[in-house]
Design a binder for this molecule. Sequence first.
Ligand code: F6P
Length: 468
Amino acid sequence: MTAALSDLVVVSNRLPVDVSPGPDGSLVHGRSPGGLVTALEPVLSQRSGAWVGWPGAPGLTFDPISLDGIWSVPVPLSPHEISNYYEGFSNATLWPLYHDVITRPEYHREWHEAYRTVNAKFAEAAAGAVAKGGTVWVHDYQLQLVPSMVKQLRPDVKVGFFNHIPFPPEALFAQLPWRREILMGLLGADLIGFQRAQDAGNFRSCVRRLTGLTTRGHHVLVRESDGSVRDVMCSAFPISIDSAAVDSRARLPRVQARAREIRSELGNPDRILFGVDRLDYTKGISHRLKAYEELLREGRLHVPGVVMVQVASPSRDNVSAYQSLRDDVETTVGRIAGDFGSLGSPAIHYLHQNQDADEMAALYLAADVMLVTALRDGMNLVAKEYVASRVDGRGALVLSEFTGAADELRQAILVNPHDIDGLKGSILRAVAMNPKEQRRRMQALRRRVIENDVSAWATSFLGALADR
Ligand code: F6P
């Protein structure tokens, strides 16, 4: 089958497909679950759109295929490109730079070269998939040069860009040797969306200071080579989740039964503390474990009354900062387990594995206290999933003020995860929260997450882009 040209083309680093060999040796493709897919699948299937992205394994490619009414267009990457563009420039240069330099960003010219080459491959694939006068929506920090590249190849199309992670303040962004190229790459878009107003403000001040272009309110005025001026809008569009789907899953009898089963498998403790994150140094897992360990050591929490479950999904394990983080987290988990558990009553359960959607929903329902202690996070959809799952109006959310979600989820217990004493106090407050207060807070949180769901987010971004 040949892919038809699409009115709406989404471009992201990963293509949301699962590719595995079928019984006859051919490749079998299915949709893979994930935050961004959940976010965009409904919009794309309504508009018979296309998705351009890397299939997720070295050298892997296939002809464009239609899955659930969406064309999947692969951009194959060689092992060298994966190492220099994905693990290198995207995840060892930009990722730490955009997350408050929690670890030191590395600047290597050959990584940057690969980033530029790979961005050009994505831009060509998008330009070849979009219909005349259509829309290309580019996602995230791995692809910041794509907007201007697509605009050059296809001046007839509208280009939107959404940054899922924070955008750093000028004092940090200025470190990047290729800072002007990145800014000009993004400014190829007609609309640039950020998670928080703060990120959009950081971007506009970087543009003013580092390119000499002028800004007016939320707009940047870009002077084109023919002397004309193009207006690029840069604003906040906080992303969300498919709240209704998460809510419905949590109401399923099999999920509710599994939540009860989890509680009993954990020994029916008074309080289950729960964390679930990609195993990433931005998530503050070590800070959370430190607070828990100190509370146990000081006798302010006791096993088996309390138990912690930490799910850490494997991530970017060829990048050295992620390898050291894994060592640190697993050393601390081992110490907590060894010092405070007993046979049949562990102090902590640690799973370095992905969980399926039903199991996640059951864990959210079983968790009395949800710990989201990120040191910096564009949004944090886990916080929103927890709230949407609490169809019983119970549970307490401890939420880092350094997440985008903290702008919206004001009824959570907001914490500064760097302040370990403050974090300990907040954990104790959440553990002790009475059902009436849990309900009051959870009702307000749920109202927000249900009103502002992912389809409202996509509609508002695409609506603003159509108006450009
Ligand atoms: O939003 C951050 C992000 O990097 C997304 O672009 C990506 O889908 C997700 O985190 C997972 O990261 P990775 O694709 O590197 O495993």
